[in-house]
Ligand binder design. Sequence first.
Ligand SMILES: Cc1cc2nc3c(=O)[nH]c(=O)nc-3n(C[C@H](O)[C@H](O)[C@H](O)COP(=O)(O)O)c2cc1C
Length: 148
Amino acid sequence: MMIIIGKVIHGAQLGRRMGFPTANLDATQIKGADNGVYCSRAVVDGKIYGAMSNLGCRPSVDGNNRLLETHIFDFHGDIYGKTIEVRLLSKIRDEKRFDSIEELRRQLERDADMCRAALADGAPKKESFVSMIRRACSTIYPRGKQRM
Ligand SMILES: Cc1cc2nc3c(=O)[nH]c(=O)nc-3n(C[C@H](O)[C@H](O)[C@H](O)COP(=O)(O)O)c2cc1C
């Protein structure tokens, strides 16, 4: 598992129009995690939510800056400017280029089904002892953008 802590920045708002708004963190400094789509959890104001995240450059919309985009399940609220924690639990697929926004939207629906099922299955329980210690340390010392 990898934990990323950062401030939510503005995106292009396309996610919202597709029905999947995302909390975006700058990911240019993140090392040690491959680009791709992850089943994740997000911590906002001390509350933990199930989530799904894309780490990468969004080839379908010609994005160029590397971002960590997280769609938080069952969360409705404005979190721009807030500092949040994203826990990448397991990679579910590679990031790919879709020919249309509609195809990307359909894929996001499949991703959401898979992640919700994995989270309900208790994905966090598979966390190793070492990552648990790392997580505890990063919670106590949350300075810096990225902690393993
Ligand atoms: C779970 C998830 C999976 C994604 N997978 C891809 C992908 O495979 N290819 C891609 O180009 N963009 C992918 N995206 C990024 C979307 O293109 C992006 O969220 C959308 O363009 C909205 O961007 P915005 O935050 O700037 O509005 C994914 C986003 C999420 C949340």
